[in-house]
Design a protein around this ligand. Sequence first.
Ligand code: ZN
Ligand code: FE
Ligand code: FE
Ligand code: ZN
Length: 266
Amino acid sequence: MLPPDYHMHTPLCQHATGEPYEYAITALKNGLTEIGFSDHAPMPQDNFDNWRMSYHQLDSYIDSIIQVQKKVPDLQIKIGLEIDFIPGCEDWIRSLISRYSWDYVIGSVHYVEPGWDIDNPGKIHLWKKHDINEIWIRYLELVNAAAVSGLFDFIGHYDLPKKFGHRPTVDLSAHHKIVLLNAAKTNTAIEINTAGLRKTCSEVYPSADILNLALESGVKIVFGSDAHSPDEVGFHFSEALELVKSLGFNSSVNFSKRNTTEFKLF
Ligand code: ZN
Ligand code: FE
Ligand code: FE
Ligand code: ZN
């Protein structure tokens, strides 16, 4: 049985297509028994950027998923949120979390400095102005802070800076070990995000060497396609499963109202 796909978006974020209902139907067709929506959460200012829902859309986001839960009773459909971790925004994140009884919340780092979301294709030129290793270390410090905060159920796309092929040229395993130990301590899982297979980096987030460290640290895993259109639901899950099996994982976690249960993969 396939694990749930816990990372999918809705048109409210302004860069995803297809209605949540279509995602659910595709999930059933692809043999999934559980999915979860996790659209980009609002920021304190609605004009923060142009790739998220605004604050006043939160209720309609939740309602739209509840409608699909009713229309597609054969599928378990969870309600989550992908929240940007930015230091200083912790109170805002807490207020978002208390807005609803989410099944899970994802902590994602996209911004390494004000105005630079490193996965934004429109800002790829900014990479040329920075030292790649320095950006990786700064990014991992932010992911570490997200893990230490204990605010999130799992970390999204753990090694996102590789998206466009920017790889560190130094060994960062010491940094990874710190992050992963903190994630284990705060019971923060990490996501096997198959969107990386659709990008220049051509591999899942995180890469196999990091997943090995995660296994050693006792960090739990979940799966997400980061679907921004219905055809991406459950994207290459069998490939991701093969990978984690070869590394020695045998279970992932499922979420319900922010409680975890073990999901036997093999
Ligand atoms: Zn997105
Ligand atoms: Fe993201
Ligand atoms: Fe996402
Ligand atoms: Zn994402």
